[in-house]
Design a protein around this ligand. Structure first.
Ligand SMILES: Cc1ncc(COP(=O)(O)O)c(C=O)c1O
Length: 417
């Protein structure tokens, strides 16, 4: 059975904090500092530790998270983000993206991207992708994306639905989860003549970093953008893991987007330490008719009433480079995990991870053993056509996050030996 981020994992939910443990009234069971330190030294993540301290949770009923590699949206929220939410919880503020904080954060996005941008919050990455593409939808319109793109494989037709039927998706192939610019050009050319029966291409979407854990180089983005320019097609980037790609390439946000020809960006922060913070960023407001977006968003029921709370998260996320620091940490953990896999006789690394997703072939017996010992990851992952695996092997996906610890990696490395 295929499993993706948005599907339910096969693991049980015993890692969850039991409801009873969240009750905050029994201070006699408060863990001592020594106990907390001991927990920390063993396998408690920074986040869990913070959580324990803040809520004075009874440690005896708290199943400690360990070896959590299912997805970066399993991780909680970074304490700085959580603190910002609390800080902005007081008082009154204009709703619907009109608060002072909303305006300040929009300006901050402008600084980050080195130009005036339009920023629209939405609740999920799926909404960001769907509404960005809806903005440029035309009757009979077709958006092209990689065949493994989240848009295509994991959004349940949301782009078609939210565009009110203005949009269809068609796929383009390419190795390592990336659109091959030559194949893209051929596809666009083949659809270029007016053909009322076939419809018309009206956007291209790429994912950075990709669903395969790879990254488009700046040259590769250039090649795709050149097709988009030649055929006057808006170029969208699904940046659910934008920060992970950015720190991996070591360039600026502007260099990875509009300076290359990206017109619209789904800027994801939920997976990188926010509680729930996704935004559509439009680079050329005039060209894209950004003035239509508020209406498209409202009709899709994606206009936040208490928008200040999304701004509160972005404000903390983008302050003092926190977002880059968190992404660097997640990528660094993935690199360490990849090293352990390369050194292991029980595992085969697939590709070379560039961001925070690591794909690995494991035997079914190893998978059972690892899960028994508490490792959490997704399997079986769909096998790309160029990967050969035997009947008793599966492709598995491990994702690291801001809250992955050295201890998580160490424990998994020990299993792999
Ligand atoms: C590449 C990519 N794009 C978009 C999304 C959509 O995110 P959401 O689950 O918030 O709709 C995801 C989530 O897994 C993703 O991995």
């Amino acid at each position: 059975m295929k499993q993706r981020d948005s599907t339910r994992p096969t693991t049980d939910d015993s890692h969850r904090v039991p409801r009873k443990a969240l009750q905050n009234d029994d201070l006699s069971h408060r863990p001592s500092m020594n106990r907390i330190k001991a927990l920390n030294a063993s396998r408690c993540s920074r986040f869990a530790l913070q959580h324990l301290r803040a809520r004075r949770i009874r440690y005896s009923t708290f199943r400690l998270p360990a070896m959590h590699f299912a997805s970066d949206n399993w991780a909680g929220a970074h304490p700085t983000i959580a603190a910002s939410l609390t800080e902005h919880a007081n008082g009154y503020s204009q709703p619907y993206s009109d608060s002072e904080l909303d305006k300040t954060v929009e300006k901050r996005f402008g600084e980050i991207f080195e130009r005036d941008v339009a920023v629209f919050y939405v609740a999920t990455g799926t909404a960001a992708n769907s509404l960005a593409l809806s903005l440029v939808g035309k009757p009979g319109g077709i958006a092209l994306a990689h065949r493994d793109a989240h848009l295509v494989a994991d959004e349940c037709g949301a782009p078609e639905y939210l565009s009110g039927g203005q949009l269809r998706l068609a796929t383009v192939d390419g190795p390592e989860g990336k659109i091959d610019a030559k194949l893209l050009r051929k596809k666009v050319e083949s659809m270029a003549g007016e053909n009322v029966h076939a419809g018309r291409t009206n956007a291209i979407s790429i994912t950075q970093s990709t669903e395969a854990g790879t990254i488009y180089s700046l040259d590769e983005i250039d090649a795709i953008a050149s097709v988009a320019r030649d055929y006057n097609l808006p170029l969208h980037m699904d940046g659910a893991r934008f920060a992970n790609a950015l720190v991996s390439l070591g360039c600026t946000p502007a260099e990875m987007t509009w300076k290359r020809g990206v017109d619209m960006l789904s800027f994801g922060a939920t997976k990188n330490g926010c509680w729930c913070a996704e935004a559509v960023v439009l680079f050329d407001k005039t060209k894209l008719h950004a003035e239509n977006f508020p209406y498209i968003r409202k009709r899709a029921a994606q206009l936040f009433s208490k928008s200040r709370f999304i701004s509160a998260q972005f404000e903390a996320y983008l302050r003092d480079g926190l977002w880059l620091e968190l992404a660097r940490h997640a990528n660094g953990m993935a690199a360490k995990l990849a090293e352990s896999i390369i050194a292991s006789k029980s595992a085969r690394l697939v590709g070379s991870p560039r961001a925070n997703e690591v794909f690995v072939v494991l035997s079914t017996s190893f998978i059972s053993m690892a899960k028994e010992k508490g490792a959490v990851f997704y399997n079986p992952w769909p096998v790309p056509k160029d990967l050969e695996i035997t009947d008793d092997e599966q492709l598995c996906r491990f994702v690291t996050s801001f809250s992955t610890t050295e201890e998580d990696i160490k424990q998994l490395t020990e299993l792999l030996q």
